[in-house]
Design a binder for this molecule. Structure first.
Ligand code: DP6
Length: 337
């Protein structure tokens, strides 16, 4: 039977991740190649499950997120599937069903876990080799941060230098067990973000006078973060992570018109984290992505205090938390969306 005459189905689950050394800027928007590397933690508790079935007779790809048709995301999903269809020599369109175990309305990015789950499920359905570098490259084409969600624990994304992007993939630096850390997320704005990362990044590259300096500074931050992780040096990781985050936001704010993702509650949360560290001796630091939510990284022993402190900040709607965990994996289709 040819691959185009039968249904090909598989499912996968992938975790969200949070960057400590941020990705903000591209060296090639068409291939979605990052201008610099990045470094992230993989989260066990925030996950996307996706089932993909390539079906004879379907005229177009069909994508639902949490049971609802998502036309805005469908074009990006189809473009990503085209890469895998090309590699497998398959022309079938697919039915893709995705579910997040965290509220999409919480304003937390789901593109990283979403594209990682999509690529692992589609590759399995099409019988493509289980090659982590290739899967990471395909996930990168969907969303740069998704390349990192293939792996668990502490993950490094390579910017690469090749024009074809073969060297732009993520790999694991250390598994989650290397250094148990926990993430506490303060949700200060439940709605979806006003300007997504992709548009914000393009706007920053085109208009921020700080963008080139930001890109040039990332390699030194990556070296510092890698050394801190290898030595399990919390103070050093806190310093470089908060620096990377605030430097990225400084560049965003210098865009014209400005990109200011913070609300007063965002700033209140960062001040609370600083006070927990400097006045109460808790090991905790913050990071913020292209949105207003504040993500605090801490030791498990300090997690309960950090959760209680952030929940009490005026303007905080909800507090989520997660230990570090494993990367994307195949699951049985029945377990998926
Ligand atoms: C601020 O991966 O969403 O969260 O590659 O255009 O899809 P695209 O961008 P995306 O950008 C994430 C930006 C960030 C920082 C980070 O996760 O490193």
């Amino acid at each position: 039977m040819s691959p185009d005459s039968r249904t090909l189905r598989a499912a996968a689950e992938a975790p969200a991740n949070i960057a400590l050394v941020k990705y903000w800027g591209k060296r090639d928007p068409a291939l979605n190649l990052p201008a610099a590397g990045s470094l992230s933690l993989t989260l066990a508790a925030l996950r996307t499950r996706t089932s993909v079935s390539f079906e004879p007779g379907l005229e177009a790809d069909h994508f639902t997120l949490d049971g609802r048709l998502d036309a805005a995301a469908a074009a990006r999903v189809s473009a990503c599937l085209d890469l895998l269809r090309g590699a497998a020599g398959c022309r079938l369109r697919a039915r893709v069903s995705s579910r997040n175990n965290f509220p999409t309305a919480a304003g937390l990015a789901s593109s990283a876990s979403g594209f990682a789950a999509l690529v692992v499920a589609a590759a399995a359905a099409l019988g493509l080799p289980d090659d982590p570098r290739q899967l990471s490259r395909w996930a990168r084409r969907g969303s740069g941060s998704a390349a990192r969600s293939l792996h668990g624990g502490f993950v490094l994304m390579h910017a690469g230098s090749r024009a074809d992007g073969r060297d732009a993939f993520a790999e694991q630096l250390a598994p989650a067990a290397h250094w148990p850390l926990e993430l506490v997320i303060a949700v200060v704005e439940p709605g979806p973000k006003a300007i997504g990362s992709r548009a914000g990044m393009a706007h920053g590259a085109a208009t921020s006078p700080f963008h080139a300096a930001w890109v040039d500074s990332v390699a030194a931050d990556l070296a510092a973060a890698r050394a801190a992780i290898a030595a399990r040096d919390f103070a050093a990781l806190a310093a470089v992570s908060e620096h990377s985050c605030l430097k990225m936001h400084a560049s965003m704010m210098a865009s014209r018109p400005p990109l200011l993702y913070w609300t007063p509650a965002t700033l209140a949360c960062t001040e609370r984290v600083r006070a927990l560290r400097e006045d109460d001796g808790r090991e905790v630091f913050f990071t913020i992505d292209a949105g207003p939510q504040v993500k605090a990284v801490c030791r498990p022993a300090d997690a309960a205090a950090v959760r209680a402190a952030l929940a009490a900040v005026p303007g905080v709607h909800a507090v989520l938390h997660s230990p570090l965990g494993a990367g994307a994996r195949r699951v049985e289709p029945a377990q998926a969306a």
